[in-house]
Design a protein around this ligand. Structure first.
Ligand code: SAH
Ligand code: SF4
Ligand code: F3S
Length: 479
């Protein structure tokens, strides 16, 4: 389920994924919860924290909402379309409650935070409303709702990181996992609702991050993605030693856990990514050569209105520096078309910047005004929708050529691939990724398995996938 093919071409924000792994049903549970997650990776990571908290209360996961006593939707507010999709799902799920009034329906995450009690009172869509920092109170909120009381907790916190909670992995391929390293955001990009739905930025303590990563390695995982809205501003001070841990240091600590553990991270803000981070990536082959560096616009005037705090020139200099230090590094971006007051000239500047950066991957959207944001209060959303869509289409068309060229560059090269599992289309093929986050599909040869590293000679490609042949014995899945 996607917002629309037009708005989202490559979508990092996933839509409505449901827990679907029945292999974990070995423990008998009295009660079951069903969870559907929307939005960014951080929301998906939160759903795994929620699943862990609910398990302690005796709830097991089920992929079928009809079998659940508790139906949860972990929501996203980033664009209006995201909220509309969730509203339609809520209406559909209400049908289950109409048949069985004992079922509780809860709305969690960013939309819960944005709309607060309104969801309970005016719209009467749900029984529980729980914001991103209030998941620890879910058990008592469930009890209140069971007794017919109003159950809302949307308090934001300056400290909560859920650092001590071992996530219960939902929909896991058993090879790659998310690790949340910080929450909230202190940047005030004028278009963005996240600072209002997720609150102030705070970093999770280093020991609990390392513990989680080590446990994942012990469980057979081979790739972690360190998550935050602005990972480069990770900052944690060890009170015992007074030592300060920056993002570069954190990356290093995680990379040192095992050379067979790949380390990824997302998202970097162009103003905060440091030379130290680039040098750390260079030093450790298991830190992936891939940086997501959202630019949003190529026009200095628009960047200023967006409050991004960098200029086009600063951004281009960062990209040059990344390519200098890490010549093979993949670079991806996010772009918003049609922000307030954007002219054709501004739009051309974005296309021109895309040309200069030659992105491997881009997530492209048209501007959607969000209530309460700086842009909503200060500027008029004055670019007509057809113009926004036309500009977005031009951006998408330009990017399509770029991403195909980026894939074609890899044909006849050999890359190390971490096998993630069967290819989506055929059980006779494996799929996995290169360090640059490109998907590779290749025939199985009977000697390699999930979680192995293999060398693959790339023989062909489409705009989204590399195809190849394994040319080495696997480096076995034993860290
Ligand atoms: N923290 C990340 C972005 C998180 S939101 C960063 O700073 O880059 C993911 C993407 O959604 C943003 O990069 C932006 O391109 C897009 N986005 C955010 N608010 C939007 C809005 N109001 N309309 C359209 N796209 C938006
Ligand atoms: Fe939103 Fe900007 Fe924070 Fe990213 S850095 S989450 S775009 S406010
Ligand atoms: Fe959406 Fe909230 Fe993430 S608004 S993009 S789920 S932080």
């Amino acid at each position: 389920m996607r917002e629309s093919a037009m708005e989202l071409v490559h979508d990092e924000s996933r839509q409505g994924e449901v827990f679907s792994d029945s292999s974990t049903h070995h423990r008998p549970f009295q009660k079951h919860f069903y969870i559907e997650s929307y939005g960014c990776a951080m929301n998906f990571a939160d759903s795994e924290v929620i699943a862990s908290l609910l398990q302690k209360e005796g709830y097991g996961p089920t992929p079928q909402p009809e079998k659940a006593q508790l139906i949860l939707i972990n929501t996203c507010s980033i664009r209006d379309k995201a909220e509309q999709t969730i509203r339609r799902r809520l209406v559909a799920l209400r049908a289950i409650k109409n048949r069985n009034p004992a079922v509780l329906i809860g709305i969690l995450g960013c939309m819960a935070e944005r709309l607060k009690e309104k969801l309970l009172e005016q719209e009467q869509l749900v029984d529980l409303v729980v914001g991103p920092d209030a998941y620890r109170t879910l058990p008592s909120l469930i009890n209140s709702a069971d007794e017919g009381h109003k159950a809302v907790n949307v308090l934001l916190s300056r400290e909560e990181t859920y650092g001590d909670i071992a996530p219960f992995r939902l929909n896991s391929n058993g090879v790659s996992a998310f690790i949340s390293i910080m929450r909230g955001c202190n940047n005030m990009c004028s278009f963005c609702v996240v600072p209002f739905t997720r609150g102030r930025e705070r970093s999770r303590d280093l020991p609990s991050i390392l513990l989680e990563a080590r446990q994942l390695v012990a469980d057979g995982y081979r790739e972690v993605t360190l998550l935050g809205q602005n990972v480069d501003s990770y900052y944690w001070v060890d009170d015992a030693t007074g030592v300060t841990i920056t993002f570069a240091r954190l990356l290093e600590e995680v990379a040192l856990i095992s050379p067979l553990l790949r380390v990824r991270f997302s998202t970097s803000h162009p103003k905060d990514i440091t030379e130290e981070v680039l040098q750390t990536i260079k030093q450790y082959p298991n830190i992936c050569r891939y940086i997501h560096l959202p630019v949003q616009s190529g026009s200095n005037r628009i960047l200023q209105l967006m409050n991004r705090t960098y200029t086009r020139e600063w951004y281009l200099a960062k990209v040059s520096r990344i390519r200098e230090v890490l010549p093979e590094c993949g670079i991806s971006t996010d772009i918003i078309a049609g922000f307030c007051t954007e002219t054709e000239e501004d739009h051309q500047q974005t296309l021109d910047l895309m040309d200069q950066c030659d992105y491997d991957l881009a997530y492209m959207y048209f501007y959607s005004e969000r209530p309460g944001t700086l842009a909503e209060r200060r500027y008029e959303d004055d670019v007509p929708e057809p113009v926004k869509k036309r500009r977005l289409q031009e951006i998408i068309d330009l990017h399509r050529g770029q991403s195909l060229r980026s894939m074609q560059k890899d044909v006849n090269k050999t890359w190390e691939v971490l096998i993630e599992g069967n290819s989506k289309k055929s059980d006779a093929h494996w799929q996995g990724r290169t360090t640059h986050n490109k998907m590779v599909v290749f025939p199985k040869n009977g000697i390699s398995g999930k979680g192995d590293y293999v060398q693959v000679l790339i023989t062909d490609c489409t705009a989204g996938t590399l195809m190849g042949e394994q040319i080495s014995e696997p480096v076995l899945n034993q860290a």
